[in-house]
Design a protein around this ligand. Structure first.
Ligand code: ADP
Ligand code: RBF
Ligand code: MG
Length: 155
């Protein structure tokens, strides 16, 4: 797909409080200004790639870009679910992501269970794809080691 891989980073903020965590799928949200400025060139939809919190390890992730039709959201959001168990919340930290592939458009669902089940399928697909060399190699990208520059540019 055009524009991929896509490199993206920003300080995390609180989301809409829909209790994604209770559903077992916490998603970290980028602030509105970051979402408004980027990524216009990527169509709304569900993507996968790599993510790192602060200077931390790089993990597989799934990403939702758009208006969450199931919640009839009026604001665009960019939400990342890291496919790894993290011990603590990391609001306020910098999240760096590399989006390497596209899965599907955003959809509406008849129930929350159907939404969760679709997200679980997305995670399985992401895990498979990210093991392929074409996507795996981005895990080692220097982008994930440029934390100091990012903090300086963020002020
Ligand atoms: P919100 O409505 O504020 O987005 P969520 O229920 O989606 O609330 O929880 C998001 C928060 O959960 C993140 O900002 C982060 O601090 C924490 N979190 C813990 N584990 C993960 C994970 N694996 N992926 C994403 N966020 C996680
Ligand atoms: N929201 C939707 O309304 N439609 C979707 O198709 C959809 N797909 C998602 C796929 C992934 C991988 C993730 C992480 C989120 C998705 N969401 C979708 C967003 C979801 O509604 C949001 O994270 C809620 O907060 C989950 O309770
Ligand atoms: Mg969230």
């Amino acid at each position: 797909m055009k524009y991929l891989p896509y490199f993206y980073w920003g300080k995390l903020v609180r989301g809409f409080g829909w209790g994604s965590k209770e559903l077992g799928i916490p998603t970290s949200n980028f602030p509105e200004q970051v979402v408004d400025n980027h990524p216009h060139d990527l169509s709304p939809g569900i993507y996968y790639g790599w993510a790192s919190v602060g200077n931390g390890d790089v993990h597989k992730m799934v990403l939702s870009i758009g208006w969450n039709p199931y919640y009839k959201n009026t604001k665009k959001s960019v939400e990342t679910h890291i496919i790894h168990t993290l011990k603590e919340d990391f609001y306020g930290e910098i999240l760096s992501i590399v989006i390497t592939g596209y899965i599907r458009p955003e959809k509406n669902f008849s129930s929350t269970d159907a939404l969760i089940s679709a997200i679980q399928d997305d995670m399985e697909e992401a895990k498979r794809q990210l093991d392929l060399l074409e996507h795996f190699k981005l895990k080692k990208d220097n982008f994930f080691h440029m934390q100091e520059n990012k903090i300086m540019n963020n002020h």
